[in-house]
Design a protein around this ligand. Structure first.
Ligand SMILES: [Zn+2]
Length: 465
């Protein structure tokens, strides 16, 4: 049986997206075509003039809800989810109602199946904005905050964001703090734990804008803020270009975001200092997935790198290697290689051409991703085609961005003076060694071995040019 769908449109003053009812209906009808759904009703509300706590009743929204309960259709189409709700509570009520009727919801950017739960978690997260901030909008403070947000101006009053200070309706960068933000972003990208960064900052006497010690939660919140990339976020207005300068480029911010929200990272908050030197550089020789540092064995006290085959990992599970001899072997080869002076000289010479080439490629790939999203919204692509193309482009994007950030961090982080490399290696701590590895090693590949003892011949090091 073909799925019956209802279209819901709403216009209001609050919305940054200025589409009228006719535009919304038009886009929803195209979405219905893409999904193969049959449109059985159009519901529309005019929310203009609705302000503060005196919200207009939304007659058609109420009708829509009643008809969902009555089972008149199985799906709802909107241009974006926020058309459905004006505050988080409304979304939660709607979700409960829809769940009971196994409702499907499709917008230009989301697909939610409340029966199977597909997409619902992401939608919840987006809706779950700071309640306190939402509450302010319905009070006097809110009107002002709304117009500030629309114009891309910062919150007035309150604690300043780290990296910036307030200045006459905008934010200006504090260079020392901006450098720390970039440092933290770069360390996170290299997979260092937030706890490790905080411990370091505590030692260096760096404090938050409130004057407190840095703790992982605060640092995480700080780095996830889009304001660092020059955007003003507001639960009603949405995301608009801010009137202040970014500290991180959009690419950089998104990359940090993707690391921080990676599910495999969640349990690492308590680890103070990471002890796996090669994480992020060492790969499985059979399936090419990254090997992960495993917990110390209680019995032998040994650490190991292994290819993981479990929820959240894509590995084959067939390669495991003791960490101590592997790290020692890689370090030996690295030190041998670094004994050449030419290489040491080349460490200091940035490759501007490569940088420019890759920046251009990043731009092109991002544009392509935008293009296929449009094609999908237009119905040129099926959902499967769209998802496949998007995954391919995003992987490409990550590869290029990875190369750029690796190269950039390599210019700044390894002060390799004239001291013998081996002495430096022995005397420097973990982070310095990681930074040096980052400069010189592209990849370490671990091949299977037949014998129990560590076999150096199964380790292949690929050097950066
Ligand atoms: Zn594997």
């Amino acid at each position: 049986m073909q799925i019956r769908a209802a279209i819901y449109c709403r216009i209001s003053e609050d919305r940054a997206n200025g589409w009228g009812i006719a535009d919304q209906e038009h886009h929803c009808r195209r979405l219905a075509g893409v999904m193969g759904w049959n449109v059985v009703g159009v519901y529309q509300d005019n929310d203009i003039g609705s302000t503060g706590r005196t919200r207009k009743r939304r007659n058609d929204y109420e009708r829509l809800c009643a008809h969902i309960s009555a089972g008149k259709f199985e799906a709802v189409l909107v241009t974006e989810l926020s058309i459905l709700h004006r505050r988080p509570l409304e979304w939660r009520q709607f979700r409960e109602l829809g769940k009971a009727r196994r409702l499907k919801i499709k917008s230009l950017s989301d697909f939610i199946d409340l029966d199977t739960g597909e997409g619902a978690v992401g939608a919840d997260l987006r809706v779950d904005v700071d309640e306190e901030e939402v509450e302010q909008i319905w009070t006097g403070v809110g009107r002002k905050s709304l117009s500030e947000a629309k114009e891309g101006r910062p919150h007035s009053g309150g604690i300043r964001p780290f990296g910036y200070k307030y200045d006459n309706g905008t934010l200006i960068i504090i260079p020392e703090e901006a450098a720390l933000v970039r440092e933290a972003a770069s360390r996170v990208r290299q997979d260092e734990s937030l706890a490790g960064i905080c411990a370091d900052w505590q030692q260096r006497g760096i404090t938050t804008p409130k004057g407190n010690m840095w703790v992982p939660t605060t640092l995480r919140q700080t780095l996830l803020r889009r304001s660092l990339a020059g955007y003003r976020e507001h639960p009603v207005v949405g995301t608009v270009r801010a009137n202040w300068a970014p500290i991180l480029s959009e690419d950089e911010w998104e990359r940090v975001q993707s690391v921080l929200t990676d599910p495999s990272r969640l349990n690492r908050g308590r680890v103070n200092v990471r002890t796996y030197l090669l994480t992020g550089y060492v790969f499985c020789g059979l399936c090419d997935q990254p090997l992960r540092g495993g917990p110390r064995s209680v019995i032998t006290g040994a650490r190991a790198y292994s290819c993981r085959k479990a929820a959240g990992y894509k590995g084959c599970g067939r390669i495991k290697r003791q960490a101590d001899p592997l790290e020692k072997e890689v370090a030996e080869r690295l030190l041998f290689r670094l004994n050449s002076h030419e290489l040491r000289a080349s460490l200091a010479a940035p490759d501007d051409n490569a940088d420019r080439r890759e920046r251009e490629e990043i731009e092109r790939t991002r544009a392509k991703i935008g293009q296929i999203s449009d094609d999908y919204a237009d119905g040129t692509f099926t959902k499967e085609e769209y998802l496949r193309q998007k995954a391919r482009l995003q992987q490409r994007l990550e590869e290029v961005e990875g190369r750029v950030s690796h190269r950039q961090s390599s210019y700044t982080q390894v002060p390799l003076a004239d001291e013998p490399v081996r002495d430096a290696w022995e005397s420097h701590a973990f982070d310095w060694r990681r930074a040096l590895i980052n400069v010189v090693i592209e990849k370490v590949i671990v091949l299977p071995q037949r014998v129990r003892e560590f076999d150096p011949n199964t380790v292949k090091v690929i050097w950066k040019d």
